[in-house]
Design a protein around this ligand. Sequence first.
Ligand code: NAD
Length: 521
Amino acid sequence: MKDLYVVADQTVAMPDAPYRARHFIDGVACDSVDGRVSDRMSPSHGVLVSEAALGGVEETETAIAAARRAFDDGRWSRLSGKDRAAILVRVADLIEANVERMAVLETLESGKPISQARGECGGAADLWRYAASLARTSKGDSHNTLGPDMLGVVLKEPIGVVSIITPWNFPFWILSQKLPFALAAGCTCVVKPSEMTPSTTAMLGEMLAEAGLPAGVCNIVLGYGNPVGSLITTHPDVDMVTFTGSTAVGKLITKSAGDTLKKVALELGGKNPQVIFPDADLDSAVDAVVFGTYFNVGQCCNSSSRIIVHEEIADDFVARVVALSRQVAFGNPMNEATQVGAIVTADHRAKIDHYVRQAVKAGAEVCLGGGPLSVPGVGAQFYQPTVIRGVTPDMAIAREEVFGPVLAVLTCRTLDEAISLANDATYGLSAGIWSENVHTCIAFARRVQAGTVWTNTWMDGFPELAFGGMKQSGQGREIGQYGFDEFLEVKSLVMRIGRTRAPWVKTPAAIPPTAGKAAAR
Ligand code: NAD
């Protein structure tokens, strides 16, 4: 498309050689026993970015055993919060010192723009620092109202060995939403990144060792869902699984983890609506819709892949979204100016295109884009910014996660209708509303089924605020105090003060004669 802002030239240098990503097991970086590796080709540049050790059953079992030992002997779980926090803060410093190196690999493996990768890797350091603060302030409850001879204490204890499985779309960010919180709680971990984006997780292994994390506390095994993922979600020595990825794999994990009754926390897909009312600040709303649609090429669980816009302003609003979409810098992710990069795989690009073709066949109208895009001098694995209107609630594009730079436009006439359309989904991750009327915003926020609701903004987040989904978007919460609590067991300690308990067994001497006769009758 000629009228798009396509960025082709490159401003950041390519690495000299592919990164060699290795497992990190029991404190040691290592290759697979059989020497197997998997290659990751850059979706944007078509070059080999990384060669990653490919884990099998042996590496996975060794990692689980190391995590189990490290938990059970208390080398981490019984360390003071202060000592745990000191190590987490050191990791944060090391992340900041390595941002550029990490960002280049993250960009080339995932296709996301370099400026965004820098923001995510650097920003992740703050998650580690926030988790460090929780390590020091974690506490239970005391109950001093149980009577003069009783004291109740609720202890919080680390849950044990935690398996962490992450996807390819925000590899280091999502890892940092989980791992530092599990470590802050005193858990030990086995981590498996996506096979498509192993490098920054492997680099973290180097940093954990440098920061002084005791051996075995965090183990990283690179490889596929099978066998690495399935083993760490079914092994009896694992106490909890925290997974971010597709709803389909999340359901599979819930079922297979059921045999050993592990706790399972899931962050899954979304079909997140932004509702736009006529009284909104429309300039800000248009910008937020464009951001929500194209950020991370729409390959984002929080993507606002559908909008529900009031009929009165629908024509004008869509025209403005289309006009602004043309100004978003698409193209070479290694250019500092690029805002939207490549699609992660050719198969995934075909899947996005299929959703668009299907919608057109069902009667929807493409207002912008609607097909693959080649960027001169880079590659063909891009997709045009796409806006589709005339979408009805029954169409797949209105209900399913497209995971691409594609916006589906639906319309409404009332707040009730907007809420019912927003809730007409199997997902419930996030939702937003644009209106200058506080009553409209609050009514929507209270009735919409979503783990996060934004009013007059989109995708703002903070380490302090819990994140997670309702319905088939997941279970449990991540980050914030609630996310931290997921990694803790609760133990009630009941203490009697003095020898005041009346004996349960009434010895003959203690039983009055009449009571004995009554019992005999
Ligand atoms: P995916 O489910 O295909 O893979 C996620 C991870 O699971 C990968 O590491 C993969 O190797 C592993 N895996 C695959 N099969 C497995 C199995 N049988 N057992 C254990 N592990 C297995 O997801 P993806 O394509 O990498 O990521 C995209 C999905 O992630 C989207 O649906 C997106 O919405 C979701 N996501 C959700 C959030 C959130 O916080 N809610 C954030 C980012 C991405």
